[in-house]
Design a protein around this ligand. Structure first.
Ligand code: ASP
Length: 354
């Protein structure tokens, strides 16, 4: 090779490298915190619907979603490797504390959390209440395991990273991306056992869409979340016990009494209809409330608002109305509210605002 050709080639290589380096430097930094779930699930036998959640590492999930390196500089961390049916306070505290630590670092632009879909709505709402940052935090899961013929996880992860890297997603609270739809943590609910299209927001509607890396935002949450939330895990190692009791035909007070005996500080009623229950169950709940246990009325119906004093006199019974929160979300808010007070009137105030 003659000298002038070598100089020309070297210059080209240098320009290309510099351009590549500059482009990489411009990319936002997104951290993926993995907790397990079907998105990391593997089938022991090819083609068999059976699988084990949380089998694959965060690095395998990243490798299975090519193109993400063009939208963000990605770092992966394994927080847990569980099916989200096993989600627990220890993982919640670890996840929330690590997310808050990373979000406080100036170089971090957003976080994606991979999670099983079973309890994703509970973790998303919990984080919405204890994350202290307006940077995007986006949960993603999948309905099909990573080894299935047509897994839905990789595109969910790709879209989740795109939203986490998007400055437009700032200040919207914790978000969830699933099957091209974008949801606010407080509003999302799982509605189908196995369909890929499982998540909906029954009361306020989906927040937007995330489609092949491009997001649309339809509305902004008006309830209190993240930086405006009064709740924090500082100084806490666990949260107060709250049980959910399920109302049905001919129910007696046994489940309520069992929750009281187990040491519940709060009880959420998954009521029939507008948060109702048999007289026997209501009597047991009223007895619990009289002992200082906070009773919140929600509904098993799946949508709608449980308001105060409709068929039951909440003022007289000392109950709290869950409004739009389904039983599992009402439980999350009640546990955090109980770290502040056990006054039912003050706790109603939290349900009115959060
Ligand atoms: N059982 C699984 C889990 O929640 C289901 C899923 O991820 O879709 O981990």
């Amino acid at each position: 090779m003659n000298a002038s050709r070598f100089v020309r080639i070297s210059a080209c290589v240098l320009v290309a490298l510099c351009a590549g380096a500059a482009a990489a430097q411009d990319l936002p930094d997104v951290i993926i915190l993995a907790t397990g779930g079907t998105i990391a699930g593997a089938q022991p036998k090819e083609g068999d619907p059976g699988y084990k959640s949380g089998s694959l590492s965060v690095d395998s999930l990243i490798a299975a979603a090519p193109g993400m390196d063009k939208i963000a500089r990605i770092t992966g961390e394994q927080i847990a490797s569980i099916g989200s049916q096993d989600m627990n306070d220890a993982v919640w505290f670890k996840l929330a504390r690590r997310a808050n630590e990373l979000l406080a670092a100036p170089w971090v632009d957003g976080i994606v959390i991979t999670h099983g879909t079973d309890t994703l709505e509970e973790t998303a709402y919990f984080l919405d209440l204890v994350i202290k940052s307006d940077k995007p935090v986006v949960l993603v899961g999948s309905m099909r395991p990573a080894t299935s013929t047509s897994p839905d996880g990789p595109l969910n992860l790709y879209n989740g990273v795109a939203v986490a890297a998007d400055p437009m997603a700032k200040g919207l609270g914790v978000l969830v991306v699933s099957n091209d739809d974008l949801f606010a943590a407080r509003e999302i609910q799982k509605t189908n056992t196995t369909d890929v299209q499982t998540f909906v927001s029954p009361n306020r509607g989906q927040l937007g869409e995330a489609y092949y890396g491009k997001a649309w935002y339809f509305w902004k949450p008006t309830t209190v979340h993240t930086t405006a939330s009064e709740f924090s895990l500082d100084g806490l190692e666990t949260l107060p016990r709250v049980d959910i009791v399920y109302a049905h035909e001919n129910a007696d007070g046994m489940m309520v009494e069992a929750a009281v005996a187990a040491g519940a500080k709060g009880i959420v009623l998954a009521g029939v209809g507008d948060g109702n229950a048999t007289a026997a169950m209501v009597d047991a709940l009223a007895a619990a409330a009289a002992k200082g246990i906070v009773v919140v009325r929600s509904t098993r119906v799946g949508s709608g608002i449980v308001r105060r004093n409709i068929e039951l006199n909440d003022d007289k019974l000392g109950f709290v109305a869950a409004l739009e929160l389904n039983p599992q979300k009402a439980r999350v808010l009640l546990r955090l509210a109980l770290t502040k007070t056990s006054d039912a009137k003050k706790i109603q105030g939290y349900f009115d605002r959060y």
